[in-house]
Ligand binder design. Structure first.
Ligand code: FAD
Length: 465
């Protein structure tokens, strides 16, 4: 019997356990124990139901283009609970000099694919619009080193594009800054487009033409989620695992190699395994692997994380009627606000709020999250309300407010991240039976974490059948 330990009961660890459970049920000679430090499984997947609204504390959805989370839901038999974002009403605003300006139609991330809406948009100055036209003539360029997203975008479209679009869009996903994130790790498709076409605009138009020649199908929704919230994925997953294989309230302090396997120490207990999957944020993985491999631990610890705070606010129907249509807004750093973004949940996922309610999900990240971290919930809600009043004119008292703090939860793939991953992989392979899963490596989103957990489990199961 091959014994596998899984450290961490977030979505990465649960997906790993599910993969092993499927194999066990299929007759493979494998068993597993999942160690989770807290009392609950699911990690940052947490949902509250308040006043008829589905309030997400952590992730609220995942990108549909990456199939692994939705595939898992179907395998679990909850495929009918998958919901898509209401893309007919998709509009995102950017705060520019205190006013909300809608992102023009045809922008793919920050690359314009429709000339007219971009040229007419007040989002960009004439200088940036001129840069967009000039960009179409950039020659292919082979860059042999990594660089920051800010440097890359500035080279193509200038500094205003970094401030108004690239930085706020990435802040919404990573909570970090475009000046620190690696273009190769975060926007690999764009780095490749530059290599093949030079101009991102030209590459995007060529890709569109290709799709345009194929059979016409309505595009899938940009984001998917679960009707009752993201936590229902964790709850369903946990329900499919062997109860006695999951140990909650068990913080793993250390992992040590021994002949042919691993020793896992949690509290006063130690247990022996053939393989171990560390499904933790890289920073936490560095700690449990300190004794087993100092060099690997140092590489893992060098992957930076930032903290984030989400605030859910519920309002009545009158506030809802006064809000602009669309999915929400992003705030460029240059606007000097503390909020990074807000989602109008009742528009993005109408199933998540009754018709007479507005549900806003507001987001602090990076330095702004740290600056308000020690404040109590009431103070944080007061800051959000002050900024919502300035931006949206909302003066009404919210019907409810919820604050969720996530310490060092968002991985920042810094410049050189892919080289670091190669070094980590080399060091890991020197430690047979060790697997790494989670958001610190090849994708921060829920689908990436599901895939990383399942892949690590397949490797750990090895020749068990
Ligand atoms: C606020 C927020 C919003 C997000 N929004 C989205 C979104 O909309 N879409 C999307 O796709 N992604 C989103 N993400 C990213 C995504 O949710 C995460 O990357 C992913 O859920 C991480 O899962 P995980 O299992 O790797 O880690 P975690 O969820 O962090 O789980 C790790 C688990 O390990 C446990 N643990 C820690 N140390 C130990 C130890 N020593 N021993 C035992 N257990 C330990 C922890 O208690 C925790 O339960 C968001 C993340 C946050 C924080």
């Amino acid at each position: 019997m091959r014994r596998v330990a899984i450290v961490g009961g977030g979505i990465s660890g649960l997906a790993a356990a599910f993969e092993l459970e499927q194999r066990r049920r299929g007759g493979a000679q494998v068993e597993y124990v999942l160690y989770e430090a807290s009392a609950n499984l699911g990690g940052v997947l947490r949902t509250e139901h308040v006043d008829g609204c589905v309030v997400e504390a952590g992730p609220d959805s995942f990108v549909t283009e990456k199939p692994w989370a939705a595939d898992l839901c179907r395998e679990l038999g909850i495929g009918e609970q998958l919901i898509g974002s209401n893309d007919a009403d998709r509009k995102t605003y950017i705060l520019v000099r205190g006013r909300l300006v809608v992102m023009p139609d045809g922008l793919m991330f920050m690359v314009p694919t429709k000339i007219l809406p971009t040229e007419l948009s007040p989002l960009f100055s004439w200088k940036t619009k001129l840069r967009m036209m000039q960009e179409l003539f950039h020659p292919p360029r082979a860059v042999d080193h990594d660089e920051s997203v800010a440097e890359f975008v500035e080279r193509h479209y200038g500094a205003e594009m970094v401030d108004r679009l690239a930085d706020p869009l990435l802040s919404g996903v990573y909570g970090g800054e475009a000046a620190h994130l690696s273009v190769r790790a975060v926007l690999p498709r764009f780095a490749e487009m530059e290599r093949t076409h030079g101009s991102l605009g030209k590459a995007m138009l060529a890709a569109r033409r290709k799709v345009g020649n194929g059979p016409k199908r309505p595009p899938p929704p940009l984001f998917s989620s679960l009707r009752n919230g993201m936590q229902s994925l964790a709850v369903t997953l946990a329900g499919r695992l062997t109860g006695s294989s999951m140990v909650t309230g068990a913080t793993v302090q250390a992992l040590q190699q021994e002949a042919g396997g691993w020793v896992v120490s949690a509290g006063l207990q130690s247990d022996h395994f053939d393989a171990v999957i560390v499904a933790l944020p890289a920073l936490a993985a560095a700690q449990v692997l300190r004794m087993a491999g100092a060099e690997l631990s140092a590489e893992l610890a060098a992957i930076q994380y930032t903290s984030s705070i989400t605030v859910g606010l519920g309002y009545d129907g009158e506030v809802r009627r006064g809000l602009p249509p669309g999915f929400g807004f992003l705030v460029p750093r240059s606007e000097g606000k503390r909020l990074l973004a807000a989602t109008f949940v009742h528009n993005k996922f109408p199933h998540r709020a009754p018709e007479d309610r507005a549900l806003l999900r507001c987001f602090f990240g990076g330095a702004n999250a740290e600056n308000v971290w020690t404040l109590g919930d009431e103070k944080i809600i007061a800051i959000v309300r002050e900024e919502l009043q300035q931006i949206l004119g909302i003066r009404a008292e919210p019907l409810f407010g919820r604050v969720y703090k996530w310490k060092s939860a968002m991985a920042q793939y810094g410049v050189g991240h892919l080289d670091r991953l190669e070094r980590i992989e080399r060091l890991r392979r020197r430690m047979p039976g060790l697997g790494l899963a989670g958001n610190g490596y090849r994708g921060i989103g829920v689908p990436d974490c599901v895939q990383s957990g399942r892949e690590a489990a397949r490797e750990a199961a090895g020749a068990s059948g």
